[in-house]
Design a protein around this ligand. Structure first.
Ligand code: ATP
Ligand code: MG
Length: 251
């Protein structure tokens, strides 16, 4: 049995205006899984993901990461779970692309030589090395998304959460991000992706979780749930619709 990394029990979240964002979420996530979090706009995906590394506080229920309560072990949790946000701009803190990726390593007091080696590897892996001296604000939307991923990758978290990683990316940009995510999963990282682009990743996923109105409505394998997607407002992949099952999106 793979190691249980995240254990969530009866998690509820009410926003300050009284809106109930999450209702009694119970779910366990295991090492090496590749999970798609699906659901229409406003179903609670981002709210759920923000709880995973303590960015939101629940009204009730527990989240444990590697056996420890997230609220009591925030730093350890954030080392274990890296998060690439829906809006790449909100994550940018450095003056240059290089500094942006180096930021987390500098906080952890890595040596200059280690920082240079790790940042160079992450930038090359995401085809950003030639942009290392540019200001992050001058990058295109797709380049900013790749930069946000590089900033998380360089910290080597066990679990990487992606909130809408493919939005606004062109075809090559999508392939590059998808290839990076697949390689991360193959090297043992646990992946959780909230996306509307089910077609792009379903072939790689081991599990699909469908949310609606702040609740988990379905949780199962891609093969079992692919025909249920449209009843929750999520597009079924074309290959499945046309009787060809689940097919890889990349050639
Ligand atoms: N700070 C807030 N105060 C009140 N309601 C909020 C707040 N943040 C989010 N919500 C509401 O909670 C619900 C869930 O939002 P969330 O961002 O989790 O949805 P989502 O599934 O990620 O949607 P999308 O696919 O559009 O990204 C929405 O109805 C949203 O308006
Ligand atoms: Mg969202």
């Amino acid at each position: 049995m793979p190691e249980k990394i995240i254990d969530i029990n009866d998690l509820c979240h009410t926003f300050s205006d009284g809106y109930i964002g999450l209702k009694a979420i119970c779910v366990s996530i295991y090492k090496g899984e590749f999970i798609i979090l699906a659901g229409k706009n406003g179903s609670g995906k981002t709210t759920f993901l923000r709880h995973l590394n303590g960015l939101l506080q629940s009204d009730s229920g527990q989240i444990r990461v590697k056996g420890h309560s997230v609220s009591n072990h925030l730093i350890q949790t954030r080392k274990t779970i890296g998060m690439v946000f829906q809006d790449a701009d909100t994550q940018i803190v450095g003056d240059t692309v290089f500094d942006e990726v180096a930021f987390g390593l500098e906080n952890l007091k890595f040596s200059r030589a280690d920082i240079t080696a790790k940042v160079t590897q992450a930038l090359k892996g995401l085809s950003l090395f030639h942009l290392q001296d540019r200001t992050p604000s001058s990058l295109s939307g797709g380049e900013k998304r790749r930069l946000a991923i590089a900033g998380i990758l360089v910290m080597d978290p066990e679990v990487i959460v992606f909130d809408e990683p493919f939005s606004n990316l062109d075809y090559p940009g999508t392939i590059q991000v998808l290839t990076t995510i697949i390689a991360l999963n193959q090297s043992g990282h646990t992946i959780i992706i909230a996306t509307h682009d089910i077609e792009t990743v379903i072939c790689e996923a081991t599990r699909v979780i469908i949310m609606e109105n702040g609740q988990i409505k379905e949780d199962g394998t891609p093969a079992d749930l692919v025909k249920h997607l449209e009843s929750y407002g999520v597009k079924e992949p074309c290959s499945s619709k046309f009787g060809l099952g689940i097919q890889p999106w990349r050639s």
